[in-house]
Structure formats: C-alpha cells, structure tokens
Design a protein around this ligand. Structure first.
Ligand SMILES: [Zn+2]
Length: 81
C-alpha cells in the first residue's frame, strides 16, 4: 500500500556568480489530483557565495527546498569533453 509516495528530486545548478556547482533538492509530493499543479518558482541561495537565483519546482515543494554543495563536480581536472 503506497502510503508514502513522496520522492526527493534533485536538480543540478551552477551559480552564475561564483561558478559553484550545487544541487537543489525537494520533496515532490504531488500525487493524484495534485499532480496537475503548476510549477512555482522559489529562490535558492548559492551555498558558496549566497547569490540567489530562482528555481522552478512544484507548487508547495518550496517548503522542502534544500541546497547541497556539489563538491564532486568542482574538481575539474580537464579530462576533456
Ligand atoms: Zn555562488
């Protein structure tokens, strides 16, 4: 019985100001009728410099918004590609 249909979604972003990579995660609890809800916009602050940028996410999900520094993508050693 699917009592918990929530799923944590994550989207990678890059700060236009300091070029730090980070992920914006939120709980997508749109189920049933709520799945038709339009996207809303919220502000996510860069974990490195605090620069705010707008992100789109399901209405209501902004309450669960979290920003995580994506350290793995920062060390770009020029592997080509
Ligand atoms: Zn930044």
């Amino acid at each position: 019985m699917p009592a918990e249909a929530r799923a944590r979604k994550s989207h990678p972003y890059r700060c236009p100001r300091c070029d730090a990579a980070f992920e914006v995660t939120y709980l997508d609890d749109r189920t049933g009728d709520r799945a038709h809800l339009p996207l809303a916009s919220a502000e996510a602050a860069c974990p490195a410099c605090g620069h705010r940028r707008s992100v789109s996410l399901p209405a209501g999900a902004e309450r669960t918004l979290e920003v995580e520094r994506n350290e793995g993508l920062e060390a770009d050693e020029g592997g080509g590609g």
